[in-house]
Design a protein around this ligand. Structure first.
Ligand code: HEM
Length: 389
């Protein structure tokens, strides 16, 4: 039982190869010593309790004492190794996921100095750092795409407010908007890159967030999206646009949800075809109960940018999800592993949207080129004086 519990702890706690090797060595020592002792006539079960106070299983030879000690050491070292290495792993993960201090200290207020000294950054080097980060952890890519989209999708073509131009999504006031739940983490991931390049050059948050989106899409197998630099950050919290400028996943019924999408994307200047193309970004990533309250990925390949979102949207039988772990209304496929939001399903319920789902499900090349055009447009909404780098 003890060994079984030990193995379960290892399985649950450990991902790293080093940790596994250490723990397996300890386990191996324990089992081998127990085996040798048993061969010598000391029963395995009883030998495990040699050091206990029972007193009736004392070894008779020096060799047995040595083996018994080694075995007991193994027994104690196991849980110790589990605890120490588990804590180390936890600390490393926390650092990787979310550097709270970096995030809190970011220069996002008027009175905090950020250098703007007329030297353009080496954008190839910035790209390389973003790509390396995603190379180390591909699942960061989708969240960076979402950050780029939410930083841009606040644009209003009538008032010409919002959009990626001023980098305001880094302000806690904008991150607190309902639709942005979970994006503070992505902001914190980019903070070290901002600090590295902003020391001596003019890298802006607004350029960094939008560049991270296109680098992530390309790195995860998607189209190369033209990207231009020159966004200038605002240091005025008053530039944060009102909450409610991003689309709702559910307006209660398909007609209202479709209308909601057309209103929100129409305000930015997008038509039906562009709405459908942009929604194809849900090939990537997943919903997190801790962020939106929805749960699960849209495709079986959430770190690969492809047209699977459309293929699966059309090809699978989507039914309302029925699981205790899911608290909001969403759809599930027959395997129960994939999900769709009401705003995804509406793309096959609405005839005008569905026309484009059919095209993109059949033709990945057209999807890639339409997506690239729409995503560049999205990232440049409201931006002035951009230049090619
Ligand atoms: C059409 C309206 C849209 C709605 C209602 C919507 C809604 C959502 C929701 C609820 C999530 C889950 C967030 C979470 O729980 O972490 C999500 C994730 C995501 N969205 Fe959208 N979205 C829409 C359009 C878009 C667009 C236009 C893009 C990009 C072009 C996009 C890219 C993503 C990505 C990549 C993720 C995954 C993030 C991750 O894995 O952390 N979405 N979206």
């Amino acid at each position: 039982m003890l060994e079984l519990a030990f193995v379960c702890v290892i399985k649950a706690e450990f991902e790293g190869m080093f940790s596994r090797v250490v723990v397996l060595l300890v386990l191996f020592t324990y089992v081998v010593c127990g085996f040798v002792l048993q061969k010598q006539g000391t029963p395995l079960r009883r030998s495990a309790f040699l050091m206990s106070s029972s007193g009736n299983v004392m070894p008779s030879t020096t060799k047995q004492i040595a083996l018994q000690s080694l075995k007991s050491l193994g027994l104690m070292a196991g849980p110790l190794a589990v605890t120490v290495l588990g804590l180390q792993q936890q600390r490393a993960d926390a650092k990787l996921d979310y550097d709270q201090k970096e995030y809190e200290n970011r220069p996002n207020k008027q009175d905090q100095a950020v250098t703007y000294n007329g030297v353009p950054p080496d954008f190839a080097a910035v790209r390389a750092d973003i790509a390396n980060m995603i190379g180390e952890r591909a699942d960061k890519g989708p969240t960076l795409v979402r950050l780029a989209w939410h930083s841009s999708g606040t644009y209003d073509k009538i008032t010409k407010t919002g959009g990626s131009q001023k980098g305001t999504i880094r302000f806690k006031e904008e991150l607190a908007h309902g639709a942005n739940a979970g994006l503070d983490i992505a902001v914190s991931w980019l903070e070290p890159i901002f600090k590295k390049f902003n020391k001596a050059t003019d890298l802006s948050y607004a350029d960094l967030y939008t560049l991270a989106g296109v680098v992530a899409i390309e790195k995860l197998g998607g189209p190369k999206i033209p990207w231009r630099a020159g966004r200038v950050d605002s240091f005025e919290v008053s530039d944060v646009t009102p909450d409610g400028r991003l689309p709702d996943a559910d307006k209660g019924n398909p007609m209202a949800t479709a209308e909601g999408l057309r209103n929100i994307f129409g305000r930015m200047g997008f038509n039906d075809q562009e709405i459908v193309a942009l929604s194809g970004a849900h090939a990537l990533g997943r919903c997190h109960a801790t962020a939106s309250g929805y749960v699960g990925p849209w495709t079986f390949t959430p770190t690969t940018f492809n047209n699977q979102y459309f293929v699966l949207l059309k090809g699978l039988q989507w039914v309302p999800a029925n699981s205790k772990a899911i608290t909001k209304f969403q759809y599930a496929d027959p395997s129960g592993k994939l999900m769709m939001l009401p705003s995804d399903i509406v793309l096959i319920q609405d005839g005008e949207f569905k026309k484009y789902v059919d095209i993109y499900a059949k033709d990945q090349k057209t999807f890639f080129s339409d997506f690239a055009a729409a995503f560049q447009k999205l990232e440049e909404l409201g931006c002035e004086n951009l230049f090619t780098v």
